[in-house]
Design a protein around this ligand. Structure first.
Ligand code: NAP
Ligand code: MG
Length: 765
């Protein structure tokens, strides 16, 4: 006779299916049009939305044309003024109504989501839908508080929003709720594979009495998305692959459209010897396997410390064997269906390549039947160069590697183009937080994984995109400040090189570049930029040297704000002491004041602590980008330089600054002040010369993490286009600022000099 506990372990799970009837009744074999201006259009050019678990056609939806997109944008435009004109409280009522209705229909939404996407009902019911509801409630609150909390800011207008198939409803909520709370109207395009919950949401908008045109939904494939990007919208918010993110970056260059990109990831999941291994194994289950690996931020690279690697791998394999793959509507299913055949083939393709490159594959057999099922898999014995360590797989496949020391863990973790998320497992909180500080990721979970909340900023660094969703940061992405109303900038006159054979060095008052704390001869000779002063003509090589010097000056990003403040105060004093040596006269006194102003901020642009899950405290840290490029404004050669470069370094960045082309002399002369003020070499690098070429080099440079350009339209367009390589955030401003007044010391300079890293820490658990 087996004991009771033995009997329990022998018992198989009986099926516990959730009925699809509620969703199938609603679908009723429908052919959907788009949701435009408060009503569904006549269906046109329909295509199937398929249940990937069975291959059954669930419904048909319309392929949105350019005309459909234009009609939707027009409707959104028509509704924009009135919607933005409502009080925050009035908009909040609408958002509460949506939240409540969504909550009322939770079951229908969950079943429909699982049918269309293939994810287990446990995930859609317990995670996706409740989080979506939470998002609308949270943002109803922001709408209520908007005037108090975001004074002087206004909505962008019409936002185009494009989302992927992995969290169809949740991504909709992440996009729509903050946009509406901020007073924007929207046109949303769901992924072609998973449009159904968005169409159900459209019905909710009608039922909630949302004004017509505030929310519009156009279905279709990537072409519809491209039309939306090209349409007359004021902002694009995109979640999807890095590849399409690049296309959108190029397509929006020079259009003045605001842009946020939430892109791919290859997140490290770091398990230290001091970790609670059981908990870490469950972490892998939650992070990768349970979600079919379809979470952009999934910890798909496991890095485990060598001393526990064998034990951990053994447990992982044992746990993997207990996972149930199959019917997404079965409440005891852990792993549902992959969204479609294309994605399944892609996963298999990468796994095959990884194996061909020497990895060992551990995987259970796939269930029989027509569905797109991929059983959970573990790849071991792979080198750092294996495709499974670098390529986003987006399937229930984890790759496991070992490390010896914490430093090696950090190096491996950061050995990726991406920077979306990281998960750190170590019961020693000191080490865990130390690693959190060093990992390049927008979100870090300590002894946890895949935690999300409407009140926690989410978004990537590096090629995982820019901008944050959630919390106050997320609201800021849907608002815009008082932008300068000045005239458009004009390109400066061409530089005239000295005649061949003339050495700039021979002439009095010849300047040099300032790179890595030393004066350097330029690559391209000298020019008569200003009568009586020969200025260096820097080129691509000088920019590269400057970037290298800036990279070495890592210490500046690590010292405290207090340390930086002291250096900047000293700089301000020294500038004041030498004020007589500087011109233009009208700028000098203001430049001194400005230097003191930014010194004051160095230790005050704090992060925040967010209330999120009950046993977590969530830190939103403001981190410097590292190495930044700044192309300074022509209109204020000294004041413009000081007003832009100093806030960037006050926040801990190291900068390559390109001073005003028409008069770079005051900026070049600042090297003496920098030298005498203990600004470490490499923190400020000054490269003068043909601005367009220097800006182009900065935009293309993979080791420049962010770029500001105060220049004419053509220059702004070019840098935005060229930045698509490493997808650095670029701030361009084609109109003249009044540097002497409030515009010269706007908070934007601080906000744009940092990126938020959200760190989830266990608290009170
Ligand atoms: P995708 O191909 O980039 O598609 C995303 C969305 O963009 C879809 O709606 C797609 O339409 C549309 N689209 C395709 N081409 C377009 C174009 N040229 N212009 C405008 N829109 C276009 O991504 P996916 O493969 O479906 O989704 C998975 C990716 O999303 C992964 O890389 C994942 O990491 C990423 N992701 C990131 C986050 C995040 O927050 N960082 C969250 C979730 C997912 P169709 O689907 O109709 O082709
Ligand atoms: Mg589908």
């Amino acid at each position: 006779m087996p004991t009771v506990s033995e009997a329990l372990s022998l018992m198989d799970y009986g099926p516990a299916p959730e009925s699809p009837a509620v969703a199938l009744d609603w679908l009723n074999g429908r052919i959907f049009g788009h949701f435009i201006d408060g009503a569904f259009t006549e269906p046109r050019d329909p295509f199937d939305s398929v249940n990937p678990a069975t291959g059954a056609v669930l419904a048909q939806v319309s392929q949105g044309s350019e005309g459909d997109v234009a009609a939707a944008v027009k409707a959104a435009r028509g509704a924009a003024r009135k919607w933005a004109g409502l009080s925050g409280g009035q908009r909040a009522r609408h958002l509460y109504a949506l939240a409540r209705l969504l909550q009322k229909r939770e079951r229908l939404f969950a079943v429909l989501e699982s049918l269309d996407n293939g994810k287990p009902i446990r995930e859609s019911r317990d995670i996706d839908v409740p989080l979506a509801v939470r998002h609308f409630y949270h943002h109803a609150g922001w709408a209520e508080l908007i005037a108090d909390e975001f004074p002087g800011m206004r909505p962008h207008g019409v936002c185009g929003q494009i989302i992927p198939w992995n969290f169809p409803l949740l991504m909709l909520a992440w996009k729509v709720a903050p946009a509406l709370a901020a007073g924007n109207t929207v046109v949303l395009k769901p992924a072609e594979q998973t449009p159904l919950t968005a169409l159900l949401f459209a019905e909710l908008c009608i039922e909630a009495g949302l004004p017509k045109g505030v929310v519009n939904i156009v279905t279709g494939d990537g072409r519809t998305g491209a039309s939306l990007v090209a349409s007359d919208v004021d902002k694009i918010a995109f979640t999807g692959s890095t590849e399409v993110g690049r296309i959108i970056r190029r397509a929006t260059a020079g259009t003045g459209k605001a842009l946020t990109l939430e892109l791919g990831g290859k997140s490290p999941f770091i398990v230290f010897a001091e970790a609670d291994l059981e908990a870490a194994v469950e972490g892998v289950v939650d992070a990768i396997w349970f979600n079919q690996g379809e979470v952009c931020c999934a910890g798909s690279r496991i890095l485990v410390q060598e001393s526990v690697a064998e034990r951990f791998t053994r447990r992982l394999k044992a746990r993997m064997a207990t996972l149930r793959v199959g019917d997404p509507l079965d409440k005891s299913t852990d792993i549902g269906a992959v969204v479609d055949r294309v994605q399944l083939d892609r996963i298999r393709g990468i796994v095959d390549q990884a194996v061909a490159q020497g990895a060992i594959l551990h995987q259970a057999p796939a269930p029989n039947g027509p569905g797109c099922f991929c059983p959970p898999a573990l790849l071991t014995d792979l080198g750092a160069a294996n495709i499974a360590m670098s390529e986003e797989i987006f399937g229930p496949v984890v790759a496991l590697m070992t490390f010896r020391t914490p430093d090696e863990a950090v190096a491996l973790a950061n050995n990726t183009r991406y920077g979306l998320a990281a998960s750190i497992w170590n019961e020693n909180i000191t080490t865990a937080l130390d690693i959190a500080a060093q990992v390049k990721a927008g979100v870090v979970w300590i002894n946890g994984t895949n935690l999300f909340d409407a009140n926690a900023p989410f978004g990537g660094m590096r090629e995982s995109g820019f901008g944050r969703e959630g919390a106050r940061e997320g609201m800021l992405a849907y608002l815009t400040g008082a932008s300068p109303k000045g005239r458009p900038r004009k390109a400066p006159g061409a530089l005239s090189p000295l005649p061949a054979g003339t050495s700039g060095d021979a002439v009095d008052r010849t300047r040099k570049l300032y790179i890595g704390g030393a004066q350097k001869r330029p690559d391209g000779g000298y020019s008569y930029a200003v009568p009586g002063a020969q200025v260096p003509l820097g080129g691509r090589k000088d920019i590269r040297n400057a970037v290298e010097a800036a990279h070495k000056a890592t210490g500046w990003s690590k010292v405290t704000g207090h340390n930086r403040a002291q250096v900047l105060y000293f700089l301000a004093e020294n500038l004041n002491a030498r004020a007589r040596d500087f011109a233009p006269r009208d700028e000098v006194a203001l430049a001194v004041e400005r230097a003191f102003y930014w010194a004051a901020w160095a230790d005050k642009h704090d992060g925040r602590i967010h209330s999120t899950a009950s046993a977590q405290v969530t830190l939103a840290m403001k981190e410097p980008f590292g190495v930044m490029g700044i192309v300074c404004p022509e209109e204020a050669p000294l004041l413009g330089f000081v007003s832009t470069v100093l806030p960037a370094i006050a926040m801990g960045n190291r900068v390559i600054a390109v001073p005003a082309q028409s008069n770079p002399v005051p900026a070049l002369d600042l090297y003496q002040v920098l030298d005498t003020s203990d600004v470490p070499g490499g923190v400020v690098n000054i490269v003068t010369g043909p601005r367009a070429e220097l800006a182009d080099t900065l935009a293309k440079h993979d080791d420049v993490a962010a770029l500001w350009v105060f220049g004419e339209d053509a220059l702004c367009r070019n840098v935005e286009e060229q930045s698509a390589g490493n997808l650095k955030p670029v701030w361009t401003e084609p109109t003249i600022r009044d540097w002497s007044g409030a515009e010269g010391q706007s908070r934007d300079f601080l906000r744009r000099a940092v990126q938020v890293k959200t760190v989830w820490v266990p608290y009170g658990a």
